[in-house]
Design a protein around this ligand. Structure first.
Ligand code: ATP
Ligand code: MG
Ligand code: MG
Length: 551
């Protein structure tokens, strides 16, 4: 459904398949259900599901749920929704790391039996202190040479609940002098009494990510385990577990790291997103200013635009920043094709067409998309009083202002040409309150008979027929590209003007409408799926028509 640029991962796959034509592409997307997915996750989803689809393989959705205190059913369900919404299907391949607890436990016993793991009584602080530094080797735990039988007994009792949280850990027995800190006898199980959203109180020991991940990959027959660059240093550990248990494992997955997506003007760490929600800086995970997929969805970003974005940014091996403008541009491109056009006035100025009879009504046929006749037409009602955008009038306009000014003419979109004859002002404030205009009755769908040129076209709504709507104008959540950089707290970089409300007048066809529209000359707008009501429609601005941030 979209074109894939080649990338280094594809090259690896192509090479593997050239050497072994039976090599399958089995990938997984492994989110932890400890928050909502964001646009960074979309990159990983598109990559993993996209590769699997292209090579006739499959992609598993695996909920990597090994931290009971942070995970919940709510998050797990939201993750499934988001992946589906983005347009990907995992079929019967939905898995949970928690499904493997019994197997992972058995393999941990195997490691103990092989002298490759031991039960350690050091507490977290002692362990940190003995870990050494990049330039100094660590010190070995006094429990490192505990006999196998004793390790097994202690580990079984850890599982049975004989010990308090923190009393013991199970550690891999690798190398305290390794230059790679990840190999300095890392913890692979910890005691943790916490109800798990799936396994309840069945377990009081939980496996660590670095242990659970390679073995879950192997269990599922994953061939390419794609993760972000910060796991590059963990790869030797990933491979170590696979090697130690090679004879017991059904498959040998390969970890490949790629650059994560960093998007300017927003934050993407789940911790920060959770803080924004909890501290009320936004209205929820699905606040349309959030980079979460639920937020972008509620804002009106089409999933096809997000897929196109992931395609456009590509997959590489070095971290960088992508500007929000790139994402917005993909949204514009998609909506330009698909969004029906309509008229809405965000900042209304009343216009009375004095030449038009008071009782007269007309309905104009308006195309829903100027380049796509197949999208049909709609009726737009017209009468003597209309509203136009306040910014489409200037009392003393420069020569190149092709909109309304005293004595000037303009075309009403889908309607007549009108001329401004009189400007009515509030006697006290001097504010323009009304324009009195006359129309040229011969100009409906036709140019003026006398050949005079009228350059500008403006949008409008009929005063009698227009409906009120709340319009939410969203801007970037942060006012700087890299929030938190150069100062202590990213929250100080929040954009105070990221939400602006206005009370708009919309053409009647919009009141019943749902989905995305282009409000002509104004931007793309999406019917808010939560707050909008037929009597009081609410629209979110998805993006402006042009990139107003570009110089
Ligand atoms: P956070 O660090 O914010 O908690 P995470 O990486 O721990 O996020 P996971 O739920 O573990 O979140 O992520 C699931 C998958 O999505 C992982 O394979 C991870 O590499 C990938 N992923 C997460 N963030 C990004 C990103 N910004 N760009 C690309 N891939 C990402
Ligand atoms: Mg995380
Ligand atoms: Mg993670």
């Amino acid at each position: 459904h979209y074109t894939h640029a080649t990338n280094f991962i594809r090259n690896i796959i192509e090479e593997d398949r050239a050497a072994d034509s039976s090599r399958q592409v089995i990938t997984r997307f492994p989110p932890e259900p400890n928050g909502y997915l964001h646009i960074g996750h979309a990159k990983s989803i598109c990559l993993n599901f996209g590769l699997a689809a292209d090579y006739g393989g499959r992609c598993h959705l695996r909920l990597d749920d090994t931290n009971p205190e942070k995970e919940s059913v709510e998050y797990a369900e939201a993750i499934k929704d988001a992946v589906r919404w983005l347009g990907f299907q995992w079929g019967e391949h939905l898995y949970h790391a928690s499904d493997y607890y019994e197997q992972l436990y058995a393999w941990a016993e195997a490691l103990i039996e092989r002298g490759k793991a031991f039960v350690c009584s050091l507490n977290a602080e002692q362990m940190r202190e003995m870990r050494g530094t990049l330039t100094e080797p660590g010190r070995e735990s006094p429990d490192r040479d505990r006999p196998v039988a004793e390790n097994l007994d202690l580990f079984r009792r850890m599982r049975a609940g004989d010990f308090a949280d923190g009393a013991y850990t199970l550690r891999a027995r690798i190398d305290m002098a390794s230059p790679n800190m990840n190999l300095r006898d890392p913890v692979i199980y910890r005691l943790q009494r916490h109800n798990h959203y799936r396994t309840g109180d069945a377990w009081c020991i939980y496996p660590m990510y670095d242990y659970a991940h390679p073995l879950s990959d192997a269990l599922e027959g994953v061939t390419y385990s794609l993760c972000t660059l910060e796991f590059e240093d963990h790869r030797p550990l990933y491979d170590w577990f696979l090697e130690q248990l090679a004879d017991l494992l059904p498959a040998r997955p390969r970890q490949i790291e790629f650059a994560r997506l960093n998007l300017a003007y927003t934050v993407m760490s789940k911790r920060k997103l959770l803080e924004l929600v909890r501290e009320g800086h936004v209205q929820g995970w699905d606040d349309p200013r959030m980079p979460t997929l639920v937020g972008l969805r509620r804002r009106g970003f089409p999933p096809a635009a997000i897929r196109a974005f992931c395609d456009r940014i590509g997959v590489g091996k070095s971290d960088g920043w992508i500007d929000m403008g790139v994402l917005e541009d993909c949204v514009r491109q998609e909506l330009n094709e698909t969004a029906p056009r309509a008229m809405a006035v965000l900042d209304p100025l009343k216009v009375v067409i004095t030449s038009y009879p008071e009782q007269k009504r007309e309905e104009f046929d308006a195309p829903n998309h100027p380049q796509k006749p197949e999208m049909g037409t709609r009726k737009v009602p017209f009468c003597r009083e209309i509203y136009i955008e306040r910014s489409d009038f200037m009392e003393d306009p420069p020569r190149k202002f092709f909109r309304l000014g005293p004595g000037r003419e303009v075309r009403l979109r889908n309607g007549y040409i009108i001329r401004c004859d009189e400007v009515v002002k509030d006697p006290v404030s001097g504010e323009v309150t009304e324009l009195r205009c006359s129309h040229d009755p011969d100009t409906l769908g036709a140019n003026p008979k006398d050949g005079r040129k009228v350059k500008g076209t403006i949008h409008w709504v009929s005063a009698r027929h227009a409906r009120k709507a709340q319009v939410r104008l969203y801007d970037r959540l942060f006012s700087v590209p890299h929030p938190g950089q150069g100062q202590s707290d990213y929250r100080q970089d929040l954009n105070p003007d990221s939400l602006q409300l206005c009370s708009a007048l919309i053409e009647p066809s919009l009141a019943a409408g749902q989905g995305c529209f282009q409000f002509e000359r104004t931007g793309y707008f999406y019917t808010d799926p939560v707050d909008s009501r037929p009597e009081t429609p609410v629209f979110n601005r998805v993006v402006t028509l042009r990139d107003t941030w570009a110089k």
